[in-house]
Ligand binder design. Structure first.
Ligand code: GAP
Length: 465
């Protein structure tokens, strides 16, 4: 078996992946029959399963412990939330306009595409570089000076479409956690340090969308705010960096493809006093999939000020009241699903044939096992149906009797199904089936009665390459 993926150029790989995602029901362009809507994608039957498995892996790692509670806050919030959080004034990107075509571009991205390093620079400094290097638009036209563009989508609540009814689609899920922090703490009788986790949609009117699911306008975040006593934030920041780094193994992203990026100067978000990104090595270079931020007491203090409500924590031991500090872990579920798709895609040569195989970690694979009767006679389909029904309450399985066995294996390889269970004439005799593993293509006989424990055991002991 020869692995061919490493030979693929980045554009090639992305093109093949996008095509497979559509063909096999992972990802479709939003509103495709109308020509699509830029920056929006739909998860198909296998995509939604993949995404759900990633979210489940995160949710259980975060909330199946004593010190973290989950919530699901509404997307629309009181508009003052976004004034308090600083998003109305500060959640902007520098934008320049092609003076001929009026197309708009993000200045920092445009400079980087022209080989100019903008790490830590503010808009004014980038403007200077734009002129110094005489950077033109991708169509070769002159560009306007940069202005700040606010990324929040705006809409109205109720029938009046005026300023008094203005609300925003949340650009991060975090604020739903901050405004509920005392509700959760009191309802669940939590003591510091404790966290609140949430998974949900977020919306950003990105100036330019790019790279498939990487930078989109509607996406899902998985965020956790960990509330700690002032003075202990550095310790917890390091703790959460380590925890999050180790989690990626659980979904099959190998350590060698991950890196840290520390935010410097103007790169830091308006709320953060320290920030590290976890980056994944995408085919076109490293890209952020998660941010770990020290948000200090910024958000809760701002909400106290803007709401006029006390958000202080009462420490029973010291008898003191204070605003907790917050360590945030913020990961894009959709962006992570893209990293998992990229990581999984492999082309291999097997006995002179090309095989495309999605090598997902079994934990996140959309379908865990396919049950395949070797032929459509001699009672094999009945046994295969029975195996399928018996496994179904415990894992996502599928039944397939269409076509030669080799072709059925390839179909399952292409959607990343880790185990194929083949019912053949021996099954009729000894109540065993052939279990064929996707990556090694090795086969072994396993008693039907042991299939569930065999598959679960293999999933638990799976080694990330
Ligand atoms: N609450 C903090 C926060 O939202 P962020 O670094 O702006 O921090 C966190 O976003 C994560 O959300 C990113 O690491 C990324 O995975 C995801 N994300 C942000 N913008 C995105 C976009 N336009 N498309 C897809 N995912 C995005």
């Amino acid at each position: 078996m020869v692995v061919l993926k490493e030979n693929l150029m980045s554009d090639d790989l992305m093109e093949k992946l996008v095509s497979l995602c559509k063909r096999k029901g992972f990802i479709f362009q939003s509103s495709e029959i109308y020509g699509g809507l830029s920056g929006c994608w739909d998860y198909g039957p296998l995509g939604v399963e993949l995404l759900r498995n990633i979210k489940d892996a995160w949710w259980t790692s975060m909330t199946y412990r004593e010190d973290i509670e989950g919530i699901d806050a509404s997307i629309l919030m009181h508009p003052r939330v976004w004034e308090a959080s600083g998003h109305v004034d500060g959640f902007t990107d520098p934008m320049v306009e092609d003076q001929k075509t009026n197309e708009r571009f993000r200045l920092d991205q445009l400079l980087e595409e022209n080989g100019i390093d903008v790490t830590g620079l503010g808009t004014d400094e980038m403007n200077v570089l734009l002129r110094e290097h005489d950077v033109k638009s991708p169509k070769g036209n002159a560009l306007s000076d940069a202005r700040q563009f606010n990324l929040m989508f705006k809409t109205f609540v109720g029938p009046l479409e005026d300023e008094s009814a203005r609300v925003y689609l949340r650009p991060e899920t975090a604020q739903g956690i901050f405004v509920n922090y005392l509700n959760v703490q009191q309802a669940m009788r939590q003591k510091l340090p404790f966290g609140i986790a949430q998974i949900g949609k977020a919306f950003r009117n990105e100036i330019n969308t790019k790279n498939f699911l990487f930078r989109v306008r509607e996406f899902e975040q998985m965020e956790m705010q960990y509330f700690v006593a002032p003075g202990t934030q550095d310790k917890w920041f390091e703790y959460w960096r380590e925890q999050r780094w180790n989690w990626y193994q659980r979904i099959g992203l190998p350590e060698r493809k991950l890196s840290w990026h520390e935010h410097q100067g103007d790169e830091l978000a308006h709320y953060a006093s320290a920030a590290f990104d976890v980056q994944y090595e995408f085919p076109y270079g490293p890209g952020e999939i998660e941010g770990i931020h020290n948000r200090s007491d910024y958000d809760l203090s701002q909400h106290e000020k803007f709401s006029g409500k006390q958000l202080k924590y009462f420490d029973e031991e010291s008898r003191e009241k204070f605003v907790p500090y917050v360590i945030e872990t913020s990961i894009g579920a959709t962006r992570t699903s893209m990293a998992c798709l990229v990581e999984a895609y492999h082309e291999e040569e097997v006995k002179g044939d090309k095989r495309v195989v999605m090598r997902f970690h079994p934990r996140i694979a959309p379908i865990k096992a396919a049950v395949l009767p070797l032929v459509k006679r001699d009672g094999m389909p009945d046994i295969a149906h029975k195996i399928t029904e018996d496994l179904r309450p415990y894992m996502r399985v599928t039944y397939d009797e269409g076509g030669a066995i080799g072709r059925r294996y390839r179909r399952m390889d292409e959607v990343g199904t880790p185990f194929c269970l083949t019912v053949d004439s021996d099954t009729l005799e000894d109540q065993t089936v052939t279990v064929r593993e996707r990556d090694t293509m090795e086969q072994e006989r396993v008693p039907i009665a042991d299939l569930r424990s065999h598959i679960e055991g293999r999933m638990d002991s799976w080694q990330v390459p």
